[in-house]
Design a protein around this ligand. Structure first.
Ligand SMILES: [Zn+2]
Length: 190
């Protein structure tokens, strides 16, 4: 039985992080930046063994087997090590996206997109190459989806509400009934 990865809280100031990270790593991981598409060292890198850790704090985040080719220009994973990645709603740039971060140090990884049909988990973790580091050794750790029911419903908002199909049903029904009444009143008038 696979164990959960050990996630130990790491807190450092920007000044401390900037000493151990290069400029691009600092911009992406600590300032929520994004590396240009198709430039990352792991974009087209598909190892069959090993895993990826957070480049800030070394916490194991993704197995190499979870990595897949999404064609989007950044590394993509369909699941993460349980508890190692956390989410937050990101409303920047006029979009509503789910940001993913290292659960230990809050390092920005990228965003997670759902229901695109790439794999059974229906998740695509779109991760900056500079946010992670490849380690050739395998880990036997539990993996799971990162988005729980709560995040899905808050991200989907009104569309996941059962009220919408119910209202739509009443609208369609009233339209059908209305047409029926018109049909009979027209016949009666002749
Ligand atoms: Zn970290």
């Amino acid at each position: 039985m696979a164990e959960r990865v050990d996630v130990q809280r790491v807190e450092k100031s920007d000044a401390e992080w900037s000493k151990q990270l290069n400029k691009q790593e600092f911009q992406v991981l600590r300032k929520k930046g994004t590396e240009p598409a198709r430039t990352g060292e792991y974009d087209k890198f598909y190892p069959s063994e090993g895993h990826f850790v957070c480049r800030c704090c070394g916490t194991p985040l993704y197995s190499a087997k979870a990595k897949f080719d999404s064609g989007c220009g950044w590394p993509a994973f369909d699941k993460c090590y349980t508890g190692a990645v956390k989410t937050e709603i990101d409303n920047s740039f006029g979009m509503r996206r789910i940001e993913i971060m290292c659960a230990a140090c809050d390092g920005h990884l990228g965003h997670v997109f759902e229901n695109e049909g790439f794999s059974a988990t229906m998740e695509r973790h779109c991760v900056n190459s500079v946010s992670v580091k490849y380690i050739p050794e395998n880990m036997n750790a539990e993996e799971s989806k990162v988005v729980d029911g709560n995040v899905v419903s808050s991200a989907m908002g009104i569309f996941s509400s059962p009220l919408i199909p119910a209202l739509l049903g009443v609208y369609v029904l009233s339209d059908v009934v209305g047409k029926g009444i018109n049909f009979f009143t027209e016949r009666g008038a002749r």
